[in-house]
Design a protein around this ligand. Structure first.
Ligand code: 7PJ
Length: 277
């Protein structure tokens, strides 16, 4: 099974190495590396480091979607991400744009992005059309509620079934809009309108999502549930926890992992590949 993402193709078959998507934050308020990479120069340096560590995809984001984060205007988000997307695409890298905004999707695609990664699964008016008009790959993520309020009182009758139903529904909406199945990846959206218990149930039940037929991306990196499980309140100290969570998802069939700590994850995946269950 090959994921088609612009001029890139990723083998997501069971025998292929897991694909690592490295996170390039261009936000001054991102919870895990607090504006460390604000500015073009530092974002590019960080991206080069992730590539040298083994990232196959660079996920560029300019809007923090952490719980309670302030909204970012199109103008501000554009100014943050487009120069980074353009420069990295020009260097030949596979660039993913992490955005909810159709305007930013369209502009990033023109600037050379090969993947649109949307925590709202292309539900914003115009988002499906922005992606359908090109040949980019898409990552459809599940979220319950909106970033500002999603952690207030998340509720599910059956989190695994409901997340799966939603993602299949969104994938079908993509296909109906002209985005071929080979371009689509789904993501349960750990931490997005989910309690610790929901996140754990989703992880243990990831095989049921994989069985729905679309390739699965897992994004556990440095998230708060890992802080709750380990007692680590500082996000950058959750590297080992993040690696363990990524492997828990890979063991159940996730074929792409979205991570801050590429070197640590790549090492673990190399060992998992020859020893894992
Ligand atoms: C995710 C994301 C995720 C996908 C963020 C953070 C918050 N995109 N964007 N999946 N999380 N596809 O990095 O902790 O889990 S932003």
């Amino acid at each position: 099974m090959v994921w088609s993402a612009g001029r890139f193709g990723f083998d997501l078959g069971p025998a292929a190495p897991v694909v690592v998507m490295g996170i390039v934050n261009v936000t001054p308020d991102s919870f895990s590396d607090g504006g460390q990479h604000i500015g073009l120069e530092s974002a590019l340096n960080h991206a080069e480091r992730l590539i040298s560590e083994g990232a196959a995809i660079l996920d560029v984001g300019g809007e923090s979607t952490r719980p309670g984060a302030p909204e970012v205007s199109v103008k501000e988000e554009r100014a943050r991400v487009l120069p980074v997307v353009a420069a990295l695409a020009k260097r030949g890298y596979c660039v993913s744009i992490d955005t909810r905004k159709p305007e930013i999707m369209a502009e990033a695609i023109v600037a050379g992005a090969s993947i649109v990664n949307d925590v709202m699964a292309l539900t914003a008016p115009g988002a499906l059309a922005a992606c359908a008009a090109s040949d980019v790959g898409v990552v459809l993520m599940h979220m319950q509620g909106q970033p500002r309020s999603m952690q207030a009182a998340p509720h599910y009758e059956d989190v695994v079934r409901e997340v799966g139903d939603y993602l299949v529904d969104r994938a079908q909406a993509c296909e109906a809009a002209g985005i071929a199945a080979r371009r689509i990846v789904v993501d349960p959206g750990f931490g997005f309108g989910k309690t610790v218990a929901h996140n754990l149930t989703l992880t243990r039940g990831l095989g049921a999502l994989v069985a729905r037929g679309y390739p699965v991306l897992a994004g556990w990196s440095r998230k708060r549930t890992l802080g709750d499980l380990t007692g680590r309140s500082v996000a950058s100290e959750r590297v080992s926890a993040s690696v363990a969570a990524a492997l828990a998802c890979v063991a159940r069939g996730a074929r792409i992992v979205r991570v801050h700590d590429v070197a640590a994850t790549v090492d673990a995946l190399k060992v998992w590949r020859v020893m894992g269950v």
